[in-house]
Structure formats: structure tokens, C-alpha cells
Design a binder for this molecule. Sequence first.
Ligand code: MN
Length: 286
Amino acid sequence: MHPDTTSSRAPLRRDPRWRLGLVAAVATLLGVSGASAQTPAVTATTSPIAGVDATLVNDIVIGSRILAEFGVLDGFGHVSARHPTNPNRFLMARSLAPALVTADDIMEFDLDGNAIDARGRAVFLERFIHGEIYRARPDVMSVVHTHSPGVIPFSVSKVPLQAMYHNPAFLAAGVPIFDIRTEFGATDMLVRNAAIGKALARSLGDKTVVLMRGHGDVTVGPTVKAAVFRAYYTDVNARLQAQAIALGGEPTYLTAEEGAKADATNLVVIDRIWNLWSMKITGASK
Ligand code: MN
């Protein structure tokens, strides 16, 4: 037996998770399910928003949690979806860390960022990112805003973010950078009103991603799955591009034509990775 065995077991026993695991195991053996009765379900079988299918609400929850799990979102950032039948509304969580979002936290907003049924719940300050992009881009059905660590260097650098490989192929169409200072001078960098949201939407233009100087990024898509996929792969691409540049020489990036073709393929096969992500969050495959 390894001499460290005893000393390594002691911290394990002090770790409260060890006790919780034991309690859960005993509860399972006894058929007791008290914990699940007190803890809100992560996803819903019945939608908390009238007229909206639970699947869409659950996609927002899964997207929020999976981006948190991979470090694309931390305590901040958000995932939203346009209302499926009222294009002048969108759905996003109350102000809450993305890793903690459950179906019951999803709220409905108008494009000005007013909550339809607030019931005293706090809302995200930067909800104007979402409302103004939905207003400017009728094709967009989901918006993700992150402060992902990978993209920050490219938001402040003259080196453009470019598509390294097929999964982030959407980057090959071009990646604009929104500099809040250009129109609004010295601010706290946040999209805290509709005017800044409109300026950000103008910077995004017809693209699928916009970097925000000294802040983060926004990705959009025709579905929640697509916008989340793009947020994840924008971060991965940024990290890999920095590595490729560090190798020296000049990386060979995807062309715009290659990017358009690969992006179309990605949207067809997206369920493969989404189902994996969903299984990680809900413990069940679709
Ligand atoms: Mn932000």
C-alpha cells in the first residue's frame, strides 16, 4: 500500500461532499427521496411561460449550465431565446449565475427589456444586448453573451479572430469588434441601456458573432443550440488561435467559402454534441 494512503484519506473524510455522498447513498438504499422534493428541477416537463414549449425553456437552461461547466460563462453572462410565436418578446433567466439556472427562473421580456411578469425577481442589467439584437435581426432566434477568457485577448488586440477549423467555421465570415468608447466615451463597459444595445447590434451587423472590446462577446443563431455552440467554439477557437500564433509563422485559416460550407454542415449535425451536453446536465439522453 502506498505510504500516502492514510494521509490522503483523512482529507477525504473531512470533505463535506464525502458525507453528502454517503447520505445520498443511504437515502437511495432506503428509497428516501427527500432531497429531490426540496430541490427545484433543473429542467421542466411543464413550461413556466404560457404558450412556450418546455423544450425551448429547457434548451436555455441546458445552454446556460453547459457554458458554465466549460468555463465559457462564469458567474456572469446569459443565454436567451426569442419567443416562438411573439417575435417582440424574448425569454431569459432572472439575474442568476448561469450554472444555477433552472426552468422556473426563465422569464419573458419585451424588446425594450421590460419584464412581462417580474413578480419581484431581479433581472439582468445587460438584457438590452438581447432585446436590441432581436429587434435588429429578425433571423436571430437566440442570443448568448459571455465574458469568455479565450476571447478577451482578441477583443483588445489588433490580431483578428479567424476560423482555425471547421467547428468555429462561422468565424470565417468576419468578426467585428464593438468598442463602447467610440459612441459612449468612458463607461463601466456594460450594455446598460437601449442606446448601447442598438450600437452593439449595429456592430454585429449580419454576422453571427461580435467581440466587445474589454468585455466579452455575443453570438447569435437560428436556435438556442446554434448560439450556444457558437459561444463555445468561439472560445475554443480563440484559445487555439493564440497557440497557433505562438508556434510562429502565419497560420492558414479557413476561407470565407470554406467557412460557409462548414457552418451549414455544423447546423445539421449539432444534435450530436447537444445531446451529449444535455446528458451531462440532466443525466438523461434524448
Ligand atoms: Mn457582460
